[in-house]
Structure formats: structure tokens, C-alpha cells
Design a binder for this molecule. Structure first.
Ligand code: TYM
Length: 336
């Protein structure tokens, strides 16, 4: 039990629902790791304020995020599910890690570069700049061995590894060096309306973004309008047919059927058939998930209790790591 490897991952409460990319690329893979690993999963509300936000919406979305994670199969008896701001060690370790991060190193992070290119540096907060360092602290505090994420987070795990190695070599072995766990097939679910782009909550148009809490009729409409590729045959070829391949990936993952088997079943059929079947599979899969989420949301006290228990467990582990890191850098122990 105690010598199991650790897993940690996090998700931002920045929307009223996760989208299918979050679910397939990350959350879905968190569930089985509860059985093989000592698991810590967190709703990263500190990260969620790096862009302008509304406090009431953040409070609501933090609970909605936790409810969706429970509905997706996280089990409070098998993992610690908690809210990042309930564990003060995240912000505390982030400061220490910022002090060993190069300015240029942080400037090279894609998210920061994209935002400053788009809005100008005066419109982007320092929190966006230090965001990946806080993420490193999230991971290192739990001595996580694996971090299950989608492709877009790979760079942040690379930085986390670099910072952990740097800290360990300057101040003595303190942190486990984590590995990213990226499941290739679902690492980048693309936007249904723009298959060149990843599915993202920050896309200007939400026409190609399927929210997991969305109503069945809306989901079906979006899938029926999905951009497919030139040609008529249903083939799996992500480079040449990204739209069709994305739909096949979604269908395969949610139905448990192999891609090849699906492709064979579409022989002689067209994109219309593909879209109808994918829509039916997605709706069938998401309907009970939405209902379970609503059930958790109708029991706010129960939900808050789960988060309180998760935070208490997280603070135990995070507190021990932070104490070791503070000691390693030479902070005088605080007398209590
Ligand atoms: P976030 O909240 O943007 O996304 C949560 C997870 O969903 C994955 N994801 C996708 N996977 C496949 N296809 C897509 N289109 C897609 N879109 C999103 C993301 O890769 C992610 O795994 N910085 C993180 C949150 C974070 C974190 C952490 C993650 C904070 N601290 C510590 C791991 C460990 C983020 O913004 O994820």
C-alpha cells in the first residue's frame, strides 16, 4: 500500500463543464490509476485566476469540476480529491521554485508566448508567466512518479523535471523526478469544426467543442456539423483525414471497440453514417455521467466533505515535502 508509486494530476475550473478533450485526454485515464497508484487529483483554482475571472463563477465551477471528477469515476476512498487553494503548500513551494527558474526559461513556455503575442505583455498578468512553476510545485509536493495529461501539457512536465533536477543537485535529493503519462491515441482530441486545432475551452467558437455536460440535442447537432475531410470513405489517417480520424478516435474510446473494427464496419457507408453513430455513442456515454454530476451537485455538503477529506490527506503529504524543501534551502525551522 505505502510503497505504491504516486500519481498526481490537475484540472482547471475555468468552464461550466469539462470538454471531451479534457475527458478523453486526461480525466478518463486518471480513473484506473487509483487502483495501481497512490493517487492525488486536484482542481487547480490558483491556476484559474491567472486570467481575469468572476469570483462567483469560480466558486461554482470549482464544485462543478469536483462533481464531474467524481461522476467520471474518481472514488474518495481510493484517491485524494482536493482543491489546490485548500493546500497552502502549493503557493509556498511555488515561490521557492520560482527562485531557481530562469527568466528566459519561463519566457519560452508556449502558453505565455501565445498569450503575450496575442494580447501584448501589458495585458498578460505575471501569474501567466509563473503558471508552469506553480504546476511544477503541484507535482513535486506529492513526489509524483507519473502525471497523466494531454499532449498540450508535455512542456510543463519537462520544466518540472528540469526544476526538480536543478533543486536536487543544488540542495540535495528532495524531489522525485516525475514522468508524463500521455496516452497517444487520445493525447490531442481536435476541434470538430476546425480539425487543425485542439479542442479547447478558449476557442473563439464553441461549435466544435463538445462539453461533457451538454444536452444530447446540442451534442448531436455539433457532431452532425463536424468538418469531415475531402473524400467519402471512412478511413483512419490522422494526417490526411484529421476530422474523420478524430471522430473514429472518439467512438473507439467511448465504445471500447477497436478502430480497425469500426473502419471495417463503415465499409460502403459514408460520413453521414459515421456522424450518426458517433453522436449516439457520445450521447449514450455522457448521459449517465451528466446525471451523476448533477446528483453530486445537489449534495453540496457531501461534495464539500469529500474535498475536505482530500485536502487533509494532501496537506499531510505536501507538508512533509515542503518542510524538507525549506530545510534543504536553509530556512531556519519555525518554532511552534
Ligand atoms: P487543463 O485544465 O487545461 O486541462 C486538463 C487536462 O485536459 C487535457 N486536455 C486535452 N487532452 C487531449 N485533447 C485535448 N484537446 C485536450 N485539452 C485539454 C490537458 O492536457 C490536461 O491534462 N496546466 C494544467 C492543469 C494543471 C496540472 C497540474 C496538470 C495544473 N497543475 C499538475 C497536471 C499536473 C491545465 O491547464 O490543464
Amino acid at each position: 500500500m505505502t510503497n505504491r508509486q504516486r500519481v498526481l494530476s490537475g484540472i482547471q475550473p475555468t468552464a461550466d463543464s469539462f470538454h471531451l478533450g479534457n475527458y478523453l485526454g486526461a480525466v478518463r485515464n486518471w480513473v484506473p490509476l487509483q487502483d495501481s497508484h497512490d493517487a492525488f487529483y486536484c482542481v487547480v483554482d490558483l491556476h484559474a485566476i491567472t486570467n481575469p475571472h468572476d469570483p462567483a463563477a469560480l466558486r461554482r465551477r470549482t464544485r462543478v469540476a469536483a462533481a464531474q471528477l467524481l461522476a467520471a469515476g474518481l472514488d474518495p476512498d481510493r484517491c485524494a480529491l482536493f482543491v489546490q487553494s485548500h493546500v497552502p503548500q502549493h503557493a509556498e513551494l511555488a515561490w521557492v521554485m520560482e527562485c531557481i527558474t530562469g527568466f528566459g526559461e519561463a519566457s519560452r513556455m508556449t502558453q505565455f508566448k501565445d498569450r503575450t503575442a496575442r494580447y501584448g505583455s501589458d495585458k498578460v498578468g505575471v501569474g501567466v508567466f509563473t503558471y508552469p512553476i506553480l504546476q511544477a510545485a503541484d507535482i513535486l509536493l506529492y513526489q509524483a512518479n507519473v502525471v497523466p495529461i494531454g499532449e498540450d501539457q508535455r512542456q510543463h512536465i519537462e520544466l518540472t523535471r528540469d526544476l526538480a533536477q536543478r533543486f536536487n543537485s543544488r540542495f540535495g535529493d528532495t524531489f522525485v523526478i516525475p514522468d508524463a503519462l500521455i496516452v497517444k491515441e487520445t493525447a490531442k482530441i481536435v476541434d470538430l469544426a476546425d480539425p487543425a486545432a485542439k479542442m479547447s475551452k478558449s476557442s473563439e467558437s464553441q461549435a466544435g467543442v463538445i462539453d461533457i455536460l451538454e444536452e444530447p440535442a446540442a451534442i448531436t447537432k455539433k457532431i452532425k456539423r463536424a468538418v469531415t475531410d475531402t473524400g467519402t470513405e471512412v478511413r483512419f489517417d490522422p494526417a490526411k483525414q484529421p476530422g474523420v480520424s478524430n471522430l473514429l478516435t472518439i467512438q473507439s474510446t467511448l465504445s471500447g471497440r477497436q478502430i480497425e473494427e469500426l473502419v471495417t464496419s463503415y465499409a460502403g457507408k459514408g460520413y453521414g453514417d459515421l456522424k450518426s453513430e458517433v453522436a449516439a455513442v457520445v450521447v449514450d456515454y455522457l448521459t449517465p455521467l451528466r446525471e451523476r454530476t448533477q446528483k453530486w451537485l445537489s449534495d453540496e455538503a457531501g461534495l464539500d466533505e469529500v474535498l475536505a477529506t482530500g485536502a487533509a490527506r494532501a496537506r499531510e503529504v505536501a507538508g512533509a515535502t515542503l518542510a524538507a524543501a525549506y530545510d534543504a534551502v536553509g530556512f531556519l525551522p519555525a518554532r511552534r
